[in-house]
Design a protein around this ligand. Structure first.
Ligand code: PEP
Ligand code: MG
Length: 568
């Protein structure tokens, strides 16, 4: 059976399907140990119910007007059951009587209800059995925050799931999975970014795949074409052989070191890598990149059971530093919040995650998270040049508070005495508008275009429903971007762009025309950007940046870029 979806990370792989569906999740939940006494478990349960209701509310809002009212009502009924005192009391009683974790109690009650529904002679009730499982799955997922306790996949498996959080993907990647097939995943979500960074072929947008594919099905994933072949027939196997030939051609291209990042007219661009996992740092020397422009440090916190100590963090940063030798290194303070939270984190779940407590604002309130990381970074900074990136900076007030705190943690009097350089991440439009006021107090700037676009255009980068509005080609975004670049260049402060746009080879010319000379991209885009650079001439771009900024629609920008700023 061949199913088509959307390519999230190209690549071809073959393996055995590991379906992470509700029943597997509920069965695993039975083994979750209790975190403390029954009272604590009941509190966890209530917090999870709150979170699940917020999720359901969001789903309903997203669907209303797009699907039939009856379909929206399904989610309303799910929320109704979650708020039903009888249902909640049953679980609470189970926790009290069994002394087990909230996860185990939810699993037991939901399984019992499910069996009752299945056995009912009334078809209407039978039909609701799947909903009960769905509610249980959601509740267990909310209980375990970002990381449900699932059966670990074996090496060589293809994960088939409704959706994956970044932490699940990290965990699975470390177990050696070969590909991922999802029902939903935003192409600019962190899960997608991570898959590209780790080079895990990923296809998304295949509706009901979890329900339709039995556990253990042989699977071929052609994520380059966005196709998945389940239980391949003899002829499909043969077609796969052809795909394999194509893959080996791609692999042999991978063996050849790319050219240097130099334009047709000899302008040397600094081309760095975005990494999320220390393993990815090994590509820096292999590709001849100028270093790591963004190490998203949240991900090493994911595949663990508890916060890393200062020394553990230092070892991770040291591993990256060793892998890249003398090359440039920028490490970001953790940007927790939104969907990037370690499973054990007691970080509040915000009603609107993107606008809730996250990034540096969270760190300023959570010295227990900030201090060990900063100490580990300071240790590395005393051994080699290092830049520390401040995520989600919004104002000079926050920058001052951050600098004071960093100085206090490290034990120095001024920013200049810190054992690392400081870079402001420009991701919040307010910081972009204030750039001239921020620049005197930082050594560099990193533009996070994923978030800058999200906040500028009020379009959630993880939400597939507003995907078309999350468009960095909108003139409003480009004009703000250009102001930031111009200010940094005027004040001789290095400015690097590190959002996903920086890696789109079709847009390399536009970024050069706007004055950028430092790009940090994911490994999967590195060669494409080099190819673009070698076809572009900076000399011929005089005045082009200004012309682009006069355009008034994203469509005009795209057309202009295709005609004037793209190599052959
Ligand atoms: C960005 O927002 O563009 C960025 C680089 O940070 P992240 O994608 O990790 O949020
Ligand atoms: Mg960001």
């Amino acid at each position: 059976m061949i199913l088509s979806g959307k390519s999230i990370c190209p690549g071809i792989a073959r393996g055995i399907a590991h379906v992470t569906d509700a029943r597997v999740l509920l069965a695993q939940a039975l083994d979750t140990p209790s975190a403390g006494n029954p009272q604590t478990e009941v509190e966890r349960l209530n917090a999870a119910i709150g979170r699940a209701c917020v999720e359901l509310d969001r789903v309903q809002r997203q669907l209303s007007g797009r699907v039939q009212a009856a379909d929206v009502a399904i989610f309303e009924s799910h929320a109704g059951l979650l708020r039903d005192p009888q249902f909640v009391q049953q679980i609470e009683r189970e926790i009290g009587e069994s002394g087990q974790s909230a996860e185990a109690a939810v699993s037991r009650i939901v399984s019992r209800l499910h069996s009752g529904f299945v056995a009912s002679p009334v078809t209407l009730v039978q039909d609701k059995a799947a909903d009960v499982l769905d509610i249980g799955r959601r509740l267990v997922r909310c209980l375990t925050a970002a990381q449900p306790s699932e059966a670990e996949p074996d090496r060589g498996t293809v994960i088939v799931a409704e959706s994956l959080t970044p932490s699940q993907l990290v965990r699975f990647a470390h177990r050696g999975i070969v590909a991922v097939v999802l029902e939903t995943c935003g192409p600019k979500s962190h899960t997608a970014i991570l898959a590209r960074g780790l080079g895990i072929p990923m296809v998304s947008g295949i509706a009901s795949v979890c329900e339709n594919i039995p556990q253990g099905t042989e699977t071929i994933v052609d994520a380059t074409e966005g196709r998945v072949i389940f239980a391949p027939t003899a002829s499909e196997q043969a077609a796969y052989e052809a795909i394999l030939v194509r893959q080996s051609a791609e692999i042999s291209e991978e063996d050849v070191a790319p050219d240097a990042p130099v334009t047709l007219d000899g302008v040397r661009v600094r081309l760095l890598l975005n990494i999320s996992d220390p393993q990815e740092a090994e590509d820096v020397l292999k590709l001849g990149a100028d270093g790591v422009g963004l190490f998203r440090t949240e991900f090493p916190y994911m595949d663990r059971d508890w916060w890393p100590s200062e020394n553990e963090s230092y070892q991770i940063y040291r591993q990256v530093a060793d892998a890249i030798e003398e090359a440039e290194l920028s490490i970001r303070l953790v940007d927790f919040g939104a969907e990037k939270c370690p499973p054990y984190a007691d970080i509040p779940i915000n009603r609107n995650p993107s606008l809730g407590l996250r990034g540096i604002r969270l760190l300023l309130q959570r010295e227990d998270i900030l201090q060990p990381q900063v100490r580990a970074l300071a240790r590395l900074g005393r051994e080699r040049p290092l830049t520390v990136l401040i995520p989600m900076l919004d104002s000079l007030d926050t920058l001052e508070a951050t600098t004071d705190k960093l100085c206090r943690i490290v034990g120095c009097a001024t920013r200049e005495q810190l054992p690392f350089k400081l870079s402001a991440m420009v991701e919040v439009p307010a910081a972009a508008y204030l750039i001239d006021d921020l620049l005197p107090f930082v050594d560099a700037v990193s533009i996070g275009l994923n978030d800058l676009t999200q906040y500028m255009l009020a379009a959630d980068r993880d939400d597939e429903f507003v995907e078309r509005y999350h468009d960095a080609m909108q003139p409003a975004v480009l004009r703000l971007l250009s102001q930031v670049i111009a200010s940094c260049n005027a004040q001789y402060k290095p400015v690097t762009i590190c959002g996903e746009l920086a890696g789109d080879p079709k847009l390399t010319g536009l970024l050069l025309a706007l004055g950028l000379r430092r790009l940090s991209v994911s490994r999967s885009n590195y060669r494409g950007v080099i190819r673009s650079l070698t076809h572009l001439s900076v000399r011929s771009m005089a005045g082009i940046g200004a012309e682009v900024l006069k355009l008034t629609t994203a469509a005009q920008v795209r057309k202009y870029v295709a005609e004037r700023l793209t190599g052959p």
